[in-house]
Design a protein around this ligand. Structure first.
Ligand code: DAK
Length: 257
């Protein structure tokens, strides 16, 4: 697929998707979502890629879904046409995805970032779910994921007022994992992604799956799930290699087996 709205690169074992609609502050239209899903599917099926980064520009990660594309939609046509159908596909990825966020990260842009596994923000990042100001509410998981990140009190505040939260508040609230200077954002994300990609791919994928299970189930069921996958790791060559390398004081050579 030829991409018009994103730029796709690989850096070693890291896949990089840069959202690229500068004229609309990377507003997410259907074409962009389709292209992003295609790129992610390519990285998912590429055994040489162990982690993906999604980023935007310095001014905007993404200013939300494309309001101009959405404005005249009707209910029945949208329902029949599976309006915004591909939006949550990123949450089904099995390899880790890092959102590297600078500037505006609003509405569907924040929902996209929250579907990633780690959010790294620049000091200039601004987060909001401003849908209420448009006469709608978040529709790509925002009302469900944001309270899980930052708790009900702050999620209600943000969703009902539509106000923006800066990077410092986002880090304090547990939405983002790290905040760095704007000029360091991509390097920081690339270094984190390269580290993740250097580990055993199946083990990383199992760790991601298990942490995500914590969001969906009881503590007891989650701990049982963890134990099952933990024990299964002793059937991998990479577990043997990782522990032998530690004992021999050398770097492990993980083979994803
Ligand atoms: N959509 C379309 N165009 C946008 C846009 C957006 N979300 N955000 C900005 N733009 C466009 C502007 O219209 C402007 O275009 P021109 O007028 O030059 O043609 C250009 O980008 C530059 O924007 P501004 O001139 O407004 O730039 P400023 O620096 O003055 O302001 C801003 C930046 C980010 C504060 C402002 O642009 C803004 O408030 N933008 C809208 C933010 C917003 O309301 N976002 C939420 C959209 S609703 C679902 C999936 C997703 C969703 C729902 C359901 N399902 C799966 C069911 C998501 C919904 C949303 O995200």
């Amino acid at each position: 697929m030829a991409y018009q709205n994103i730029i796709v690169e690989t850096h070693g074992k890291v896949g990089l998707v840069t959202l690229n609609r500068p004229q609309a502050l990377n507003a997410l239209n259907e074409a962009l979502i389709t292209e992003m899903n295609d790129a992610l599917a390519g990285f998912e099926s590429n055994p040489d890629v162990g982690c993906t980064i999604i980023t935007g520009s310095e001014k905007a990660f993404a200013a939300g879904a494309d309001v101009k594309e959405m404005a005249e939609k009707t209910y029945v046509a949208s329902y029949l046409g599976k309006f915004l159908d591909g939006w949550t596909r990123i949450s089904e990825t099995r390899k880790p995805v890092i959102a590297a966020v600078s500037g505006f990260c609003l509405g569907g842009g924040l929902e996209l970032a929250m579907m990633c596994d780690i959010i790294i923000a620049s000091e200039t990042a601004r987060f909001a779910l401003p849908e209420i100001t448009l006469g709608i509410m978040p529709g790509a998981g925002g009302t469900q994921r944001l309270p899980r990140f930052i708790g009900k009190a702050k999620a209600m505040d943000l969703i009902l007022t539509g106000r923006m939260m800066d990077a410092a508040e986002a880090e304090r609230s547990g939405l983002v994992a790290r905040v760095v200077a704007p000029e360091k954002l991509l390097d920081e994300a690339l270094a984190a992604a390269a580290k993740i990609a250097s580990y055993s791919q199946p083990i990383v994928m199992m760790a991601k799956e298990t942490v995500n299970r914590a969001q969906e189930t009881s503590l007891a069921e989650g701990a049982r799930f963890e134990r099952r996958l933990f024990l299964s790791m002793f059937a991998t060559e990479d577990q043997k290699e990782g522990m032998k390398a530690f004992i021999a004081k050398r770097k492990p050579d993980f083979r994803n087996r």
